[in-house]
Write a protein that binds this ligand. Structure first.
Ligand SMILES: *Cc1c(COP(=O)(O)O)cnc(C)c1O
Length: 384
């Protein structure tokens, strides 16, 4: 039977505590949500500023649907590049302080565009070991040599760059690591990119809208300015609360992507509703200091609340606050016990994280109340 090997593999995933399943959510993306018929407080989403249900964005989406319809009808290079796409790109460029921006339907596709467009056979990509899956796939798709350096190890990276004979080098990193919440040493990476005449491609999915002055992102957090070798990618379905992603770079790089990036060229442009909503989202991000202050208060509340307990948090200054458990089954059991108490925190297991580091990935949002975070802290204290 053609299905037998699949059935066997699925059964062994189940036995190892690695089988995935989806829960159905019967409410919008808010901390208080209805899942599998039960009302719980969720600490799962990447809606860091609570914008996914912002009334301003709902209004912008309604208006855009009436004015522009819901479908773009074609790829950007044919007839799908509507005025709302162009306006959103300009708003994003101004916000992140780069001369040019290109938008994509998802962050996964943006990553598949950038690295293969800048590096190919005979070139080498130097990638942090903990990079997001989409960056790993992008490096593989490029056909360049894929060199992985130990997490945030600048000295190891410097040595690898030094001895590489590659024609063109490209350093590839998450700015905020998605399963650990820690930051890449970006100033050191900028210096190494300059010394080795390499590209530096930074995925700021989790820093954009959250870190730096007015949430301009992790580059702003470190005071790093746009430059010709620096390519910034950010996603728009997390702090921005909508969907999609952008790449910000020198206009020559953007022009190159428009001409060469297959995941940009061979796909239908995002809905104009999404594009128009994104422009309004940028306005909310710019004016979002109160939301960010509330978020950082909740981060401090969780960290202070769990200090001195059995639960060890990572060294994370961001909204991603993982609790490392280790064993897959134990992580799942803890997630289940919290769920029974009305708290939804996802258990993250290999291959998403390295073997033996299964964890609860707590994500906080400006939409969480002080009482909701206190409820999580109390439950974790009881379960330790
Ligand atoms: C979420 C994420 C992506 C993918 O973005 P989508 O818009 O969800 O496809 C890429 N990189 C990182 C680091 C992410 O966390």
């Amino acid at each position: 039977m053609i299905l037998d090997p699949l059935r066997d593999e699925l059964a062994s995933l189940e036995a190892e505590g690695l089988k995935r399943r989806r829960r159905i959510i019967d409410s919008p993306c808010t901390p208080e949500c209805v899942v599998d018929g039960k009302t719980v407080v969720a600490f799962c989403s990447n809606d860091y500023l609570g914008l996914a249900n912002a009334p301003e964005l709902i209004a912008a989406a309604r208006e855009a649907a009436v004015h522009w319809g819901v479908g773009s009808g074609a790829s950007h290079l044919v007839s799908g590049h509507l005025r709302p796409h162009e306006t959103a790109e300009q708003a994003l460029a101004a916000y992140v302080g780069f001369p040019a921006v290109l938008t994509f339907s998802t962050g996964y596709m943006a990553n598949l565009a950038v690295t293969p467009a800048l590096a190919g056979r005979g070139d080498a990509i130097f990638a942090d070991k903990l990079n997001h899956a989409s960056l790993i796939d992008a490096a593989q798709l490029s056909r360049a040599e894929h060199v992985r350096y130990p997490h945030n190890d600048v000295a190891a990276l410097a040595a690898l760059l030094e001895k590489s004979p590659a024609k063109q080098k490209l350093i590839l990193t998450d700015a905020v690591f998605s399963m650990d919440g820690d930051l890449a040493p970006l100033p050191e990476l900028v210096a190494l990119a300059e010394r080795h005449d390499a590209w530096l491609v930074v995925d700021d999915a989790h820093g954009f809208g959250v870190l730096g002055e007015h949430g301009r992102g992790t580059l702003a957090h470190f005071g790093i300015k746009a430059s010709s070798r620096l390519v910034l990618m950010g996603t728009l379905g997390k702090a921005a609360g909508v969907a999609g992603a952008f790449v910000a770079a020198d206009p020559v790089v953007i022009d190159w992507l428009v001409n060469k990036a297959r995941s940009y060229i061979f796909t239908t442009a995002a809905s104009p509703v999404i594009a128009a909503t994104l422009s309004e989202s940028v306005n909310l991000l710019v004016a979002g200091d109160a939301r960010r202050t509330h978020l950082f208060q909740r981060i401090a509340q969780l960290r202070d609340g769990l200090a001195g307990t059995r639960w060890q948090l990572c060294d994370s200054p961001t909204a991603i606050q993982p609790i490392i458990v280790g064993d897959n089954h134990e992580a799942l059991a803890l997630a289940e016990a919290l769920f029974e108490r009305g708290l939804w925190v996802p258990a993250i297991r290999p291959p998403t994280v390295p073997k033996g580091t299964a964890r609860l990935r707590v994500t906080l949002s400006a939409a969480h109340s002080e009482a909701q975070v206190a409820q999580l802290v109390d439950a974790l204290k009881i379960l330790q």
